[in-house]
Design a binder for this molecule. Structure first.
Ligand code: HEC
Length: 96
């Protein structure tokens, strides 16, 4: 799996790389509570969907990065690396 991932990463330009990494991280870690994709149907009620977060005017890469860098009450603290944060932020913003 790690090898496949590494090969996929090598084959892609940086932006596309972030997006697909961000998407798979989101699917793995965030779907329990958030709708992370437009066609997903199950999530919890109290977490905003990623497309809805992306659509807000106040949502910027910096704001998302800050949000994901700090622990918060209702969300588990994922201790994301800066690369993981970048990838998740790129993915969320791509849903605009
Ligand atoms: C256990 C449930 C849960 C999981 C898992 C979870 N979240 Fe959340 N998230 C929430 C809830 C509830 C809120 C809204 C309340 C809050 O801010 O704590 C939220 C809010 C957010 C917001 C801020 C939205 C805003 O109002 O600006 C972002 C961004 C976000 N989550 C990203 C993520 C990402 C990325 C992941 C996966 C790495 C993730 N969440 C995983 C429950 C969760």
């Amino acid at each position: 799996m790690a090898l496949v991932m590494a090969l996929v990463l090598l084959a892609m330009p940086a932006a596309a790389q972030d997006l697909s990494v961000g998407r798979s991280l989101a699917i793995r870690w965030c779907t329990a509570c958030h709708l992370v994709e437009p066609n997903q149907s199950m999530a919890t009620d109290n977490a905003p969907s990623f497309p809805a977060i992306a659509a807000r005017p106040g949502t910027t890469a910096a704001a998302l990065d800050r949000y994901l860098s700090t622990g918060h009450t209702l969300m588990p603290d994922f201790l994301l690396s800066s690369q993981e944060r970048d990838a998740l932020v790129a993915y969320i913003l791509s849903l605009r």
